[in-house]
Write a protein that binds this ligand. Structure first.
Ligand code: NAI
Ligand code: MG
Length: 357
């Protein structure tokens, strides 16, 4: 099989971590008989410097023509003073929108080798921590109308609208059930149906979709309780599906309890390919260009690409196993360094993964 991947290194550590992920893809391709062709495209600050805008039309076209998109990160102090209309982050929001990426998948997995980095007590983490948070990405309060700030009487009033149409709930619920079916077969739908009408509709539609997935155990939880349960007993969760704003908060919470921003991948998916794959961290300007960045989040993001866009689960698992082996063998980048371990740079870390593949 031959796949076209649009590669957008972006800014800061982006080019360094993306280079290692591409190295890993090439090796896993040889091992599993997959061929990858790469198109490079500009986004964020790199695009602003080259052509004056954070998301050139050619980039959108290159992404749409690809089978999947790999992104490093965008932004940095160099562009902090720039006109807000063309900030680097506009490139990121713009490409998500242009590709219709309504489902954001963020696995929060604690590698047993990194248990010391976890901010929860060992007895709470128990058998480990492996939660997939699926956040709806193109609806809810972030996009709902009406929105704004207006004068009412003698004071200003600010408002946003949390709005979901049935079809928007149905498609994200399907992603939730499909994902759960391939994992631990448990889906928790998070809402606020005791208070919000939009959540009552959400719950009704999720229950309808559930009829097609009798093999998946569905539960519902109010978002305030879910936030509590995530730190109280995270191993009760397999897959969580929720709306945009709740998902923004819960996915950060789930991510941080694993304790290592340099380890966490993500996938953003639409109705069809291309999906977009990126580490959850930013461009880390403080360590950019110093060969210090942890490339594992980006390497694990290409594993997600193999799983979700190319349906190559064995290749994805090989990458995950190689990353776990490198950690088990005692190698660490600065962000996950502990006493007694071997400190390595970004390139060396990528190479160690390649060797284990
Ligand atoms: P950040 O995630 O870039 O960095 C936070 C801290 O984590 C820094 O100390 C950094 O050195 C460290 N870090 C991050 N990734 C690492 C890695 N792979 N290996 C080792 N250490 C790592 O977040 P920050 O500092 O808030 O933002 C920096 C820039 O990145 C800003 O311009 C921000 O707007 C942008 N950003 C971009 C995102 C994206 O492209 N998706 C997401 C978040 C921030
Ligand atoms: Mg967030």
């Amino acid at each position: 099989m031959r796949y076209n991947i649009c590669v957008m290194p972006g800014d800061g550590i982006g080019p360094e971590i993306v280079a290692e992920a591409v190295k890993v893809l090439d090796v896993v391709g040889k091992k599993f008989g997959l061929e990858f062709a790469y198109t490079q495209a500009l986004i964020g600050g790199a695009a602003i410097d080259a052509v004056g805008v954070p998301l050139p039309d050619e980039t959108v076209a290159a992404c749409k023509a690809a089978d999947a998109v790999l992104l490093g990160a965008v932004g940095g102090p160099k562009w902090d003073e720039i006109d807000p209309a063309i900030r680097p982050e506009k490139g990121l929001l713009g490409i998500r929108k242009a590709l219709g990426l309504f489902a954001n998948l963020r696995p929060a997995k604690l590698f047993p080798e990194l248990a010391a980095a976890c901010c929860l007590r060992p007895d709470i983490v128990g058998q480990g921590l492996d939660v997939m948070v699926i956040r709806e990405l193109t609806g809810g309060a972030y996009f709902g109308e009406p929105r704004g700030i207006e004068k009412r009487g003698d004071e200003e009033v600010g408002f946003n609208t949390m709005v979901y149409a049935e079809h928007e709930v149905r498609r994200i619920a399907k992603v939730g059930f499909e994902t759960a079916r391939k994992r631990g077969k448990k889906l928790c739908s998070v809402d606020k149906a005791n208070v919000l009408d939009v959540s009552r509709l959400w719950r009704k539609v999720v229950l309808e979709v559930a009829k097609d997935y009798p093999d998946v155990e569905l539960s519902h939880m109010y978002v305030d309780n879910a936030a509590m349960q995530l730190v109280r007993a995270p191993s009760q969760f397999d897959v969580i599906v929720t709306e945009n704003l709740f998902g923004d908060i819960l996915s950060d919470e789930a991510a941080v309890i694993t304790g290592s921003i340099g380890m966490l991948p993500s996938a953003s998916l639409g109705a069809a390919n291309p999906g977009l794959y990126e580490p959850i961290h930013g461009s880390a300007p403080d360590i950019a260009g110093q060969d210090k960045a942890n490339p594992l989040a980006t390497i694990l993001s290409v594993a997600m690409m193999l799983k979700h866009s190319f349906d190559q689960p064995a290749a994805a698992e090989a990458i995950e196993a190689a990353c776990a082996k490198v950690l088990a063998d005692g190698y660490r980048t600065g962000d996950i360094m502990e006493p007694g371990k071997t400190l390595v740079g970004c390139k060396a870390m990528g190479q160690l993964v390649v060797e284990r593949l």
